[in-house]
Design a protein around this ligand. Structure first.
Ligand SMILES: O=C(CO)[C@H](O)[C@H](O)COP(=O)(O)O
Length: 228
């Protein structure tokens, strides 16, 4: 296992330690969230945890959860005791960029209903300022995509539509993703609002004021960060 993978798993285990029997748990998406789902499955199989209900933020996570024995329900209007998910950038105030895995819309819908959103990541995701490294994934509907891109460019966005294997990347919701890059983001809330108000935009990967804590694995151990 590569070092970074070991760190990601360490962070995931710390988050799953917060889960208690009978809880409704939001299951994140991505290579770090995968370790959390597997650990949850292990604890359920060993009888350490009972009465867990999981709700997944992507088809891939739902499939994995079923494979490892986590009972999964459809997303309706559950209140989640805890949601555990990865992130692409973590700012000092725990504002996040998410969605490089493509599940941002379902993640936001679900995680807005979580009493505790717990982020798990390795240290490479820490930034001083949001947008420093990662683009902001913006999910957009296919219809009228060229005009939506024009409007996004009017907001100052560089970047491009995400592709995979020469084709447009398509989300679980059947939409496209524009990975938006901005020269410098001084006011993330204003940008999130402007992006959301752009016709054709479904959701953005700016997760502001949502995370309660983050377990960030570093070579020196797991750091636990909490939102001030
Ligand atoms: O937001 C996400 C998926 O939409 C992921 O949580 C994010 O991309 C981090 O993934 P990984 O743990 O693989 O680095």
């Amino acid at each position: 296992m590569a070092d970074l993978e070991a760190l990601k798993k360490e962070a995931a285990l710390r988050a799953v330690a917060l889960v208690e029997s009978g809880m409704c748990v939001g299951l994140g998406t991505g290579s770090t969230a995968k370790y959390a789902i597997e650990e949850l499955g292990r604890k359920i199989s060993s009888g350490e945890l009972t009465g867990i209900i999981g709700v997944a933020t992507s088809n891939a996570s739902e499939q994995l959860a079923r494979e490892v024995g986590v009972p999964v329900e459809e997303f309706d209007c559950q209140q989640f005791d805890v949601a555990i998910d990865g992130a692409d950038e973590i700012a000092p105030n725990l504002d996040l960029i998410k969605g490089l895995g493509g599940a941002l819309t379902r993640e936001k819908l679900l995680e807005l209903r979580a009493h505790r959103l717990v982020i798990i990541a390795d240290h490479t995701k820490l930034v001083k300022r949001i947008g420093e490294k990662a683009p902001i994934p913006v999910e957009i509907v296919r219809f009228g995509v060229a005009s939506t891109l024009e409007r996004l460019r009017d907001l100052g966005a560089g970047g491009e539509l995400r592709s995979r294997g020469g084709e447009h990347f398509v989300t679980d919701n059947g939409n496209l993703i524009f990975d938006a890059r901005f020269a410098r983001i001084d006011d993330a809330s204003a940008l999130a609002r402007d992006l959301k108000l752009t016709a054709g935009v479904v959701e953005t990967g700016l997760f502001l004021g949502m995370a309660e804590r983050a377990f960030v694995a570093t070579p020196e151990g797991v750091r636990e960060l909490t939102r001030a």
